[in-house]
Design a protein around this ligand. Structure first.
Ligand SMILES: [Mg+2]
Length: 175
């Protein structure tokens, strides 16, 4: 059971933080669209406005010639104000792990799912949704360890899978 689930939830790659991702090399691999989770991926949980870190990440995506696009389970109003602060498009209330929000973002951007990547910090939402949508899945470690209770609860279920992935060198491209 754990093995079956672990394949279902296995990201394509894992990075310690989104800042460590080489977006130019993703571009060289044919990626054109970067779908982004908000909480604990771009900012600490619950922030309504992007900070310098989030802005720097979005700039590095754009400088690599890729299109950044927020796909978040946050309320529509919060996702919109966050994306507007970055000057990029968004889908709020995306219902991850459903693939629908990711696929809508691909349609809206006019880019095939096979040329998209989803970057997020949660196996059971971001990574599962990415795999269902047929986009490359990149897991980043959460920015914040002080999390709201429902996220902390999910982490407890994520732990055995993460321990297994930690042993897989193919998932960790950085030295
Ligand atoms: Mg998140």
């Amino acid at each position: 059971m754990i093995h079956f689930l672990s394949e279902k939830l296995k990201p394509g790659r894992i990075f310690r933080s989104i800042e460590q991702i080489d977006f130019r090399s993703l571009k060289a691999q044919g990626i054109r669209l970067v779908l982004l989770d908000i909480d604990n991926t771009l900012v600490h949980h619950g922030s309504h406005l992007p900070d310098a870190y989030a802005r720097r990440v979005v700039e590095s995506i754009q400088n690599a010639g890729l299109v950044p696009f927020i796909v978040s389970n946050a309320k529509q109003s919060r996702a919109r104000s966050f994306a507007a602060g970055l000057g990029i498009d968004c889908i709020g209330m995306a219902n991850k792990p459903s693939a629908s929000g990711l696929l809508r973002a691909c349609r809206q951007a006019g880019i095939e799912p096979s040329a998209a990547v989803m970057i997020g910090d949660q196996l059971f939402t971001d990574i599962l949704a990415a795999k269902k949508a047929g986009v490359l899945a990149i897991l980043v470690l959460p920015l914040d360890s002080r999390e709201v209770w429902n996220v902390a609860f999910k982490r407890w279920f994520e732990a055995p899978f993460l321990r297994q992935y930690a042993k897989d060198p193919t998932l960790w491209p950085q030295p």
